[in-house]
Write a protein that binds this ligand. Structure first.
Ligand code: HC0
Ligand code: SF4
Length: 574
């Protein structure tokens, strides 16, 4: 332990602690901008570039960045001297002098760390006026918008993209005044190997990286009397959206979401969980088929679109191992424009399918050529949890005060198995519940496979199914996925099935979720809520979903059969 003194308080901290963390331990908050500490991953952004956390250390002539400087025995630190405060304010003023000051109309208004710092440090005037960066916005992708003029060079996005996701899309380009973080040669994002996971957006302190906002498209569809607009809500939304209305992380608000969507004028309010049960029917059938017929193993889950992009870009030699099932989002769109349209006697061309997803990659997924059959799209508009919350605010909906309502029928029923899709480990647990009963012919009494649960980056478990041991691997975050994929490529993988989700914790930590600033406690609360949802359901296996059963009987035929294949399966392109 090391003895230090911070603003007059004496404390002992372990060797290697930064001044910033030591100060936090004695209740002294040092403002930061570029600092990002993903504690659970052991990843810290080492940029120390913003110079906002400067403090005085006795005996040193210059101020030091507290995020990078480690404490030493007997160190005496002052964080609130006039010199430290002035230096901090000057750093913020310098950043602002080269930053568009359009806060009122900025996508991050009230959610921007630079704005908050300016407010907390009482910046009232910017002494430096002069040239500004003048880059074009990159709006080349369906998922994210990059506005380099708002880049403050904190390099949080770079840390996440390189160290967590191992995608290596973002790094510092250009020098001096023109320096920004972007892809090599400042290529448009759509021309890079970006997976659109959106984790860079999730950690960007300003609006240099934001989602493509589609809420305007939803409002115009809703106001068009000729459109029959239906909506689906992903599993992970219900445990996070409350956070944007002052509710605690993990409070479940399914009924309020339905009530809000009905108020907004959707003609059908449906559940992606219904489609998740449908996905399990297809995926479990495909897994069984592969096991029983000597097909390619391991089979990888394929519902996470950032993960799909990742293996297409990085492992083009392994395109035969992912399941061919499309995601629940896509399956929902397909069923809405075929079965639902028929049942309701509506021309599919008059239906607009809106998805509410915790994910930016889902926006790009909806536009994938393989999933749109030419020009006709199955999912028309995708908005994130954040965009949905914003729309409710625009409409003056008092979310927390809404009375619960129920999803509409035909595509509204769901089981506990689908509830857990939103967390890492959930999809494979759901698949195992169904595969177990189909492979053994026995009833599965205890549906909770707790050894598949948790938040470690890579997990594994074996499940006995009659005389077979099903070996399962699970990874979340793409860097962890890469390790499992490299083992497969090297012929060293012993799994039958692998679940992969690109974001920390799975969809509950998606790039479109309320900002959690790398706090895994928030993710844990959302995860616990999903498992509570599952526990509270009478039916907890996807094949017990009666609406799904009726869909097969009346329309699809057999799981993994001919029609199901035509409509619900896809292929991958390198
Ligand atoms: Fe997910 Fe999904 S579970 S990817 O995380 O599989 O986004 O919530 O909607 O499609 O169901 C996201 C969440 C989904 C899909 C489902 C899957
Ligand atoms: Fe990297 Fe994901 Fe951001 Fe693309 S979306 S730049 S892969 S972090």
């Amino acid at each position: 332990l090391v003895n230090v003194q911070i603003n007059g308080s004496h404390l002992q901290v372990p060797q290697g602690t930064t001044i910033l963390d030591a100060a936090g331990k004695c209740g002294v908050k040092i403002p930061t901008l570029c600092h990002l500490n993903l504690k659970d991953l052991g990843i810290v952004n080492q940029a120390a570039s913003c110079r906002v956390c400067m403090v005085e250390v006795a005996g040193r002539h210059t101020l030091v960045p507290s995020c990078a400087e480690k404490v030493t025995e007997g160190m005496v630190v002052t964080t609130d001297s006039l010199r430290a405060i002035s230096a901090r304010r000057m750093s913020v003023e310098l950043l602002l002098s080269n930053h568009p000051q359009d806060c009122l109309t900025c996508a991050k208004n009230m959610d921007c760390r630079l704005q908050r710092l300016a407010q907390e440090l009482g910046v009232r005037d910017i002494k430096w006026k002069g040239a500004r960066m003048n880059y074009a916005k990159d709006q080349s992708s369906h998922s994210l918008v990059k506005d380099p003029n708002k880049c403050v060079m904190c390099r949080c996005c770079e840390t996440v993209c390189n160290d967590v996701q191992t995608c290596g899309i973002l790094s510092a380009v250009n020098r001096g005044f023109d320096a920004i973080v972007g892809p090599a040669f400042n290529l448009p994002m759509s021309e890079t190997s970006c997976t659109f996971c959106g984790q860079c957006v999730a950690v960007c302190p300003t609006a240099a990286l934001t989602e493509v906002n589609n809420s305007g498209l939803v409002w115009s569809a809703l106001s068009n009397p000729n459109r029959h607009v239906v909506v689906q809500v992903a599993p992970a939304i219900r445990v996070s959206i409350g956070e944007l209305f002052g509710m605690a992380p993990g409070e479940v608000s399914t009924g309020k979401i339905v009530a809000a969507l009905k108020k907004m004028g959707f003609k059908g309010v449906f559940d992606t969980n219904f489609a998740a049960d449908l996905t399990i029917m297809e995926e479990a059938a495909e897994l069984m088929h592969r096991i029983q017929n000597g097909g390619t193993l391991p089979m990888l889950t394929s519902c996470c679109p950032a993960w799909v992009k990742f293996f297409e870009h990085q492992f083009p030699d392994l395109l035969d191992i992912p399941s061919t099932c499309t995601s629940p989002q896509t399956m929902f769109g397909v069923i809405a424009k075929t079965y639902y349209a028929q049942k309701k006697n509506i021309d599919p061309n008059d239906i607009t399918v809106v998805s509410i997803m915790p994910c930016l990659a889902k926006k790009a997924e909806a536009k994938r050529e393989e999933l749109t059959k030419g020009t006709e799209s199955y999912v028309d508009i995708v908005i994130t949890t954040r965009e949905f919350a914003q729309m409710m605010k625009e409409a003056g909906i008092d979310f927390a005060g809404l009375k619960d309502d129920d999803f509409d029928s035909l595509m509204g029923e769901s089981t506990g198995a689908s509830a857990i899709f939103g967390t890492t480990g959930g999809v494979i647990e759901a698949a195992v519940r169904t595969a177990y009963e189909w492979m053994t012919g026995e009833t599965l009494e205890n549906v909770e496979f707790t050894n598949l649960r948790g938040l470690e980056g890579i997990r594994e478990a074996a499940v006995s199914m009659g005389d077979m041991e099903l070996k399962i691997g699970i990874a979340h975050e793409l860097g962890n996925a890469r390790k499992l994929l490299e083992d497969i490529r090297a012929g060293k993988s012993h799994y039958h099935a692998i679940e992969i989700m690109a974001c920390p914790g799975g969809c509950i930590g998606g790039g479109g979720q309320p900002y959690h600033h790398g706090d895994m406690e928030v993710i844990k609360k959302r995860q616990e809520a999903l498992y509570r949802e599952d526990k509270g359901k009478k039916k907890r296996k996807s094949h017990e979903n009666q609406e799904v059963m009726r869909l097969y009987k009346a329309f699809l035929g057999e799981p993994n059969g001919k029609k199901a294949h035509e409509l619900l399966h896809t292929y991958y392109v390198p």
